[in-house]
Structure formats: structure tokens, C-alpha cells
Design a protein around this ligand. Structure first.
Ligand code: C2E
Ligand code: SIN
Ligand code: SIN
Ligand code: SIN
Ligand code: FE
Ligand code: FE
Length: 512
């Protein structure tokens, strides 16, 4: 499977000709601010998409606009309007009542002394705070780039999460089919459900055919659209010529290819059984869709083949979980292997603590999600080279709860465990951790295990704000924090086989 990043930067949508604008709402009681802002941002584009401005002249009007346009990317918000703090009140309505956490909000004030920047950023869920003197073209452009980039990344993350859920749903449904025809038909139906069912008439029209080797012949077992009547025929008759070579190759495992006429993928088991899926006219538009499709088709064909079903399915699911986590690593410029190591260290700890294999596995799958909430932390804090000041620290600590919020609306075991770990990985055995101050066994075992694994790896690695510690130094910290920061039983396990844990660091080294 490809390891293309889902967050492929500035990649234009392959297909779309007319680009949807980014919606930007200006809320200000001063006409002139509206005029200057739109002027300064004339002809501004981000990711090939222009801006579309909406205007409101009071907080009340602004709230109405947000209600009507849930897809607003950014709100430039005045503080003092109908009241001294109308803008701040509006932030609370947006985040708490309208439950819009995706839109970026930048407060702009004419009286900087009134509301001190540090406390405002810490107390209200906003993304930046500017003085109105900062309305120059250059400053506005910088601001818009950083806000739209972070909005785009958050949306991509959200779509990814939804995509993952759809894959898990679809995979579960597929496993319930018993007859091979139903099963293949189910695959074809699920594909249109997976690829953005909301906006894409394109995919609703997707026609596909599934074929399976029977008695030495590759035969159609299910079809939709023009292929409905083709069951039992040799599939070779139905595919474009460009597909033939691809199918003839003896390569085992999963392969996928975008052809002119559509999307083709196949799975050849080690016993040389072959399953093929062809989706006529389907062209993926970006790396994310390609990846979702690939993951799903691999799952589907693997199940179809019914060989080594279990491991393959888990591998693909793990892949998607890492992709989510990677999005954060990518932003925080933490070293790429941190997530793998935290997962493996957690797995080893869980096994040595005597957890059943299935639970230990679940913790391993979910551990890469522990810092997912960092996606919502502003760059200036996340990548600050030095120590954080108290307000920045408050914002940084919110990553635990935010990770939970992003993952908690689900019944999928991996994501549920991920949500729990995100919330609890900074709790301490002595109750002095965050966000809740849980103590001892009130912290779930998954939370206690990943807490150790995360710190073990963070200490022994270089970060933007610190150098790597020596292993002796790391060991000394765990001895000191046994029963304070960390579960004493787990520390004993770590110290007893310290070299084995340190070895994980050697197996997944950071690139230079
Ligand atoms: P992280 O870098 O992944 O670190 C995870 C945890 O490892 C930290 O959780 C802390 O328990 C431990 N750790 C990391 N470095 C040190 C260290 O030098 N000394 C000690 N005693 N422990 C260390 P914590 O403290 O809750 O921090 C959470 C996250 O906040 C960190 O994740 C990092 O992203 C950020 N952060 C913490 N301190 C700073 C800082 O001084 N500057 C910046 N820019 N970010 C920081
Ligand atoms: C990315 O996630 O696309 C790179 C980081 C950024 O653009 O903020
Ligand atoms: C944010 O509030 O910064 C957006 C991320 C989230 O959904 O919590
Ligand atoms: C266990 O007690 O299950 C293992 C170590 C601990 O978490 O206390
Ligand atoms: Fe963390
Ligand atoms: Fe971490």
C-alpha cells in the first residue's frame, strides 16, 4: 500500500474545474473595516480557491450568518460592538451553542489595552488575536494563509475519521454475507457509500464488476449498472485492453491501478487464487480518496478471497490509524517514528502486564492516536523552540481533551480506545496530572500504559524544545517517578526488562 500522506500539501484536486471559494465572515460595526479588509484581500487565493466574503455589522447578525453557513472557514471578529464584549460572547455562542468547532476565529480589536491577548486566547476558543492596525495587505495575507491551512487540515482530518468509520462499518457488513454473489455486490455498493456520499453524483453512477477465479477461469460473480447481466461470463471480455497485462502479472498480494477507463484492483493469494474488482469510470480526485479506496478494496478483496482474512484486515485498519496520527506528527515536526515506537512500547508493556492478547493489540492499534488533539493546537505553541509560558501551557494541555472530543463519537473499538488514551495519557498515578486529575486505578490501564510509553519515548528523543536524554537518565526518571507520575507495577515491568524496551528505539530509529 502506498504511504502517501493524506495531507498532501497544496495538491490541487485533480478533477474539479470550478473551485469552491473559502467563506470568510467579517463581523464589525465599522463600515470601513469591511471595506479595507476586502480590499486588502482582493484576488487572494489559497489552494487554488478564491475567497467569498459575508458581512455582519453586529454580533447578532454575525451569529445568524454562522447559523446559515456552517461551512464558514474563517470569522474575522470585532470585540466591541453592541456591547463591550459582544465579540467574545459571540465566540461562546459559536463554539458552545452552534457547536461549530471547525471554523477559525480571529478577534480584532481597536482598543488593545481592553482585553489582554494572553488571557483571551487561553479563555476563549479562538485562533488568533490582532489589532486593527494590522490590516495591511501583507499581514492580512499571512493571517489568511495560516488560518485557511489549519481549517483545511482540520477538515481533512475529520473526513479521514469519517472515512475510517465508513471502512469499519462496511467491513463489518461485508463479513455478514455468506453467499459470494451477495458479498461481491455488497462491495460495489459500499464503494459509493465510502467515497464522499454527500457531494458526488459522480460516484453514485459508479458501475462495477467483481470477478473471481473459479475452475481456472476468471468469471464475473457480481455487477452493477451495465454489468448486471454479465454474471458467469469471463471478465476478460469486459475490461479495457490496458487491464489485461496488469491482471496477467503473477505478483501476489493486493495491487491497484488507475486506468483511463476506470479503477482496477486485484488480490492474488499465495495459493494463486485471483479476485478482481473493476470500477468503470471511477477516477479518484486526490490522495485521500485514493487511499480510502485502496484501503477499502484491499479489505474487501482480502475478505473476498477469505484467506489470511484476519491479519490483512487488521493491517489495513492499522494503516488508517497511523495516517490519522501522522497528520499530527507532520504538523508538530516530531520525528516520524514516535507513533510506531509508542505503539510497540505500549504493546510490550500490555503483554508483560498480563493483558489478554486481544486487549494488548487494541492498545497497540489505538496508541498512535494519543496526541491527535495536537492538531488543534496553534503552530506558534506546538513548535515553539523554548519553554511554554503559563497561558501557552494551558492551551497545550487542552490537547488531551480535544483528542478525546475528536474521537469519542463512535462505537468502533479502536477509536473508542483511542479516545480514552487521548484523554488519559497525561494523567498521573498520584492524581496531579491533567485534564481530570484521576489517580491510581481510576485511570484506565490503557491510559497508564501509554503514559509510560509516551514519556519513555519523548525523553529518549529530541524535540523542538529539548535534546534527547541518555538511557541512564531516562531510567533514573522512572525510578524517581515510580508511584508518583507512573503506575508502580508498570514501572517495575519497564525497569525489569529495560533493554528490551530500549531496543524498540533501535528498531524504529528516527531519520536524520
Ligand atoms: P511530548 O513532547 O510528546 O512529551 C510527552 C511527555 O513526555 C511530556 O508530557 C512529559 O511528561 C514528558 N517529557 C518530555 N520532555 C520532558 C523533559 O524534558 N523532562 C521531563 N521531566 N519530562 C518530559 P507533558 O509535559 O504533559 O507535555 C505534553 C506536550 O506539551 C509535549 O509532548 C510537547 O508537545 C508540549 N510541551 C511540553 N513542554 C514544552 C516546552 O517546554 N516547549 C514546547 N514547545 N512544548 C512543550
Ligand atoms: C500540512 O499538514 O499540510 C503541513 C503543515 C501545515 O501546512 O500547517
Ligand atoms: C478547534 O476547536 O480548534 C477545532 C478542533 C476541534 O474540533 O476540536
Ligand atoms: C495490572 O495490575 O493489571 C498491571 C499493572 C497495573 O496496571 O497495576
Ligand atoms: Fe500528549
Ligand atoms: Fe506523544
Amino acid at each position: 500500500m502506498s504511504d502517501e500522506l493524506v495531507f498532501a500539501d497544496e495538491q490541487p484536486n485533480d478533477q474539479r474545474t470550478e473551485q469552491k471559494p473559502w467563506k470568510v465572515l467579517i463581523v464589525d460595526d465599522d463600515d470601513e473595516v469591511h471595506t479595507i479588509t476586502t480590499l486588502a484581500l482582493r484576488n487572494f487565493h489559497f489552494d487554488g480557491r478564491p475567497l467569498h466574503f459575508l458581512h455582519a455589522f453586529s454580533a447578532a447578525e454575525g451569529i445568524e450568518q454562522v447559523r446559515q453557513h456552517p461551512d464558514l472557514a474563517l470569522c474575522l471578529l470585532d470585540v466591541v460592538m453592541e456591547t463591550e464584549h459582544a465579540g467574545l460572547d459571540m465566540v461562546e455562542v459559536i463554539r458552545d451553542q452552534l457547536r461549530n468547532s471547525f471554523m477559525r476565529i480571529v478577534l480584532r480589536t481597536g482598543q488593545p489595552g481592553q482585553a489582554p491577548e494572553e488571557t483571551i486566547i487561553a479563555d476563549y476558543d479562538i485562533n488568533d488575536y490582532k489589532e486593527k492596525t494590522e490590516l495591511t495587505r501583507g499581514k492580512m495575507h499571512t493571517l489568511l494563509y495560516s488560518c485557511l491551512r489549519s481549517y483545511r487540515d482540520i477538515l481533512a482530518l475529520e473526513r479521514n475519521r469519517q472515512g475510517l468509520e465508513r471502512i469499519l462499518d462496511a467491513s463489518t457488513q461485508l463479513q455478514q454475507h455468506t453467499f459470494i454473489q451477495d458479498f461481491a455486490h455488497g462491495i460495489l455498493e459500499q464503494i459509493s457509500a465510502i467515497l464522499s456520499p454527500d457531494e458526488d453524483a459522480l460516484y453514485a453512477l459508479c458501475e462495477g464488476v467483481a470477478a473471481h477465479e473459479q475452475f481456472g477461469r476468471l468469471t464475473v460473480v457480481a455487477g452493477t449498472g451495465q454489468y448486471i447481466q454479465q454474471i458467469g461470463r469471463p471478465v476478460a471480455d469486459l475490461l479495457p485492453d490496458t487491464a489485461q497485462d496488469f491482471i496477467k502479472s503473477q505478483h501476489t498480494g493486493f495491487r491497484a491501478q488507475q486506468l483511463d477507463g476506470g479503477y482496477l484492483c486485484l488480490y492474488r493469494s499465495s495459493e494463486m487464487h485471483l479476485s478482481v474488482l473493476f470500477l468503470r469510470g471511477l477516477i479518484t480526485r486526490n490522495a485521500m480518496e485514493r487511499h480510502l479506496l485502496e484501503v477499502f478494496c484491499q479489505n474487501a478483496l482480502t475478505a473476498f478471497e477469505n484467506l489470511a482474512l484476519r491479519t490483512e484486515l487488521e493491517d489495513s485498519q492499522r494503516e488508517v490509524v497511523y495516517l490519522l496520527g501522522d497528520a499530527v506528527e507532520h504538523r508538530s515536526r516530531e520525528t516520524g517514528q514516535h507513533l510506531r515506537r509508542v505503539a510497540e512500547i505500549s504493546f510490550l508493556l500490555a503483554q508483560k502486564a498480563g493483558l489478554p492478547k486481544a486487549e494488548a493489540r487494541l492498545i497497540r492499534e489505538a496508541a498512535p492516536l494519543h496526541d491527535l488533539g495536537k492538531i488543534a493546537i496553534p503552530d506558534a505553541i506546538l513548535n515553539k523552540p523554548g519553554p511554554l509560558d503559563p497561558d501557552e501551557w494551558t492551551v497545550m494541555q487542552s490537547h488531551a481533551q480535544r483528542g478525546y472530543d475528536l474521537l469519542s463519537h463512535t462505537d468502533k473499538p479502536i477509536l473508542k480506545m483511542g479516545a480514552l488514551i487521548a484523554r488519559e495519557h497525561h494523567e498521573r498515578w498520584d492524581g496531579k496530572g491533567y485534564p481530570t486529575g484521576l489517580a491510581g486505578e481510576a485511570i484506565s490501564l490503557g491510559g497508564r500504559i501509554t503514559a509510560l510509553a509516551d514519556v519513555f519515548d519523548a525523553l529518549s528523543s529530541k524535540r523542538c524544545y529539548k535534546d534527547a536524554w541518555s538511557l541512564d537518565h531516562v531510567r533514573a526518571l522512572f525510578e524517581k517517578e515510580r508511584g508518583q507520575h507512573f503506575d508502580p507495577a508498570l514501572v517495575d515491568i519497564l525497569l525489569a526488562d529495560f533493554d528490551e524496551f530500549a531496543d524498540i528505539k533501535r528498531r524504529y530509529p528516527d531519520p536524520d
